[in-house]
Ligand binder design. Structure first.
Ligand SMILES: [Zn+2]
Length: 288
């Protein structure tokens, strides 16, 4: 998964698959600009692939069928192509799914923009999920997760994806700018008064470093968490010793800190984050 905000969800699904704990249905927030459709396509291909590792092999018969748009074991209802998704559409999908997989593996049913589902459509889907067919995975995206029927939501697993908001809050933008300056020793490092505050700054740090990496990789602007800092990022990556390896390490470091903190809230997160910032800062200024 190229986009950093999709990676955690991707790993979660792959781990679930590998340990035989895949849920019958997942739902996630529809966000076309930030790759929700692509994410669903990639995971569909992965599930159908007959020779997968951590991603689809792109070479087996299933992968080739999928790439050609001809795989017989996956079906998509796309709300983008219709004014509503009704009970008939859901029942048609259901009829396909009760059959054995043509290629002998998984079957994947996809509903994009499920907010277009009518009430009867939702109820029909609920019926299917109450007695889910074997070896079938439902992948559902919706612009309004909170408006899906609660009974329906309870039958699916929520895949949280931290998409970059088109507009991060003013406060987050200001904080990102503050951290950017602090890492360049143009301002003091933010003072982390408690763990909750450190956890917020940790998330912000991960996004800021992801942006630097995105700039280094010349990704398009919509891939950035803080487009307002793009000029800063551009100047930064001209610094010759900054490379993708270090930036990727820093992003992973943030992610690891987050996981450690979730597992053991007793750790001194403010201290660990401050130490990480100092190290990055020294590196950025060529003092390492
Ligand atoms: Zn394959």
């Amino acid at each position: 998964m190229a986009a950093p905000w999709l990676r955690d969800a991707w790993l979660r699904l792959v781990n679930a698959y590998e340990s035989n704990r895949l849920a019958h249905a997942y739902y996630l927030k529809h966000n076309l600009a930030h790759g929700s459709n692509r994410f669903i396509e990639q995971f569909t291909k992965y599930l159908l692939c007959q020779a997968k590792g951590k991603s689809a092999c792109n070479q087996c018969k299933s992968c080739l069928l999928y790439a050609a748009g001809n795989h017989p074991d996956t079906w998509t209802l796309d709300g983008d192509e219709t004014s509503r998704i009704g009970v008939d559409e859901i029942r048609d999908l259901q009829k396909n799914i009760v059959n054995k997989a043509n290629q002998g593996g998984f079957k994947v049913a996809v509903i994009l923009q499920a907010e277009k589902m009518t009430e009867q459509g939702s109820n029909a889907l609920l019926k299917v999920l109450e007695e889910p067919p074997e070896d079938t995975c439902w992948l559902i995206s919706t612009k309004q997760p909170e408006q899906l029927l609660p009974t329906l939501r309870s039958r699916m697993q929520w895949l949280n994806i931290p998409y970059p908001e088109a507009a991060q809050t003013e406060e987050q933008n200001a904080q990102a700018a503050e951290l950017f300056d602090a890492l360049h020793k143009l301002a003091p490092l933010p003072e982390l008064k408690d763990k909750a505050m450190a956890a917020d700054w940790l998330m912000l740090s991960e996004r800021l470093v992801s942006d630097m990496l995105a700039e280094l990789n010349r990704l398009p602007e919509e891939r950035f968490y803080f487009p307002g800092l793009l000029d800063n990022d551009k100047r930064l990556v001209q610094c010759s010793w900054l490379d993708a390896r270090h930036l990727s390490e820093w992003v992973s470091e943030c992610r690891q800190l987050r996981q450690i903190y979730q597992g053991s809230p007793g750790i001194n997160l403010p201290l660990l984050l401050t130490l990480a910032w100092s190290r990055w800062s020294n590196f950025l200024l060529g003092e390492e």
